[in-house]
Design a protein around this ligand. Sequence first.
Ligand code: UT7
Length: 324
Amino acid sequence: MPYAKILSIGSYVPENILTNYDLERIVETSDEWITERSGIKERRIASKDETASILGYKSALKALQKANLDPKDIDLIICATNTPDMQFPATGCLIAGLLNIRVPCFDIQAGCPSVIYALEIARGLIEAKLYKTILLVTTEALSRYLDWTDRSTCVLFGDGASSFILTRSNEPGIISSYLSGDGNLGDLLKFPAGGSKEPASIYTIKNKEHGIRMQGREVFRYAVSYMAESCIKVLEKANMKPEDIDWLVPHQANIRIIDATAEKLNIPKEKVYVNIHKYGNTSAASIGIALDEMIEANLLKRGQNVLIVSFGAGFTWGAIAFRY
Ligand code: UT7
């Protein structure tokens, strides 16, 4: 059976930096609190013109360039986003338009693990030989979805995008995957209004329902437990042990969640990639941004085994083991 292999990764983050000190002037918070509780020092904020599709498009161009491909070489676009440009058309279709190609294109939305879910879909389509070369864009314009008066959420998130180009290969690529979810826990992390349940109205605006709402402490507890469980399950499926992994690249939501996950798996800190201090939580985009940085810094090399894992709104969680 062929493998789905990552041919290239590109990422793009907006230029505008918002530091913890800047936030001290917006809400009642402190650099000390944010750093201690989350590990975040600064995050990127998209400019007025940078929508999720634009951020994603910019990362896609970089991935195409690194793979030495033309947009016309792409057979399918999957966009993983929780912060689409609009309800419809799908952000993936807008990106196809920007790339000026006619291909099947759609979005998937599964919280922060959207990247894991999208990679699983791409893998299935490639292994089944339905598509050969897939562009998977993960993009988030979270700053547009935040309530900037809610200090418990607005300090945590940032904007950014990353794109993967996956292709059919005889060499090992994605080795194993594990996905799960529990829809009964959805109330703990949500964006309440603007959908068919609570369409936008004066009432939803007055009640500040157009912003991310999170019960952080509860989410934290589940995240630690399910991220570790996902890693164990995916390694079992791959017939691998934690020591066979060269890199653990977890979703960047909180440094304490990352440390606790690595500790549970007994993976040493040197093998865990962290960049949360620079970008905050970029949801579906965080893992791709991290992987791209690692490749650029010559940390992640061809032939190495990587474990990626995420947890988020839904709740959804999951992990993928792949050979780069
Ligand atoms: O990517 C999707 C998944 N998301 C996550 O994984 C996030 C998971 N949760 C977390 O990362 C953490 O729970 C947070 C970073 C959100 C919060 O850390 P915490 O240690 O769980 O703090 P807390 O929510 O229990 O709040 C502790 C205190 C509260 O005050 P009281 O009630 O103890 O007096 C909050 O009101 O900190 C207060 N607080 C703040 N203080 C200063 C909450 N936000 C802030 C803030 N600045 N920005």
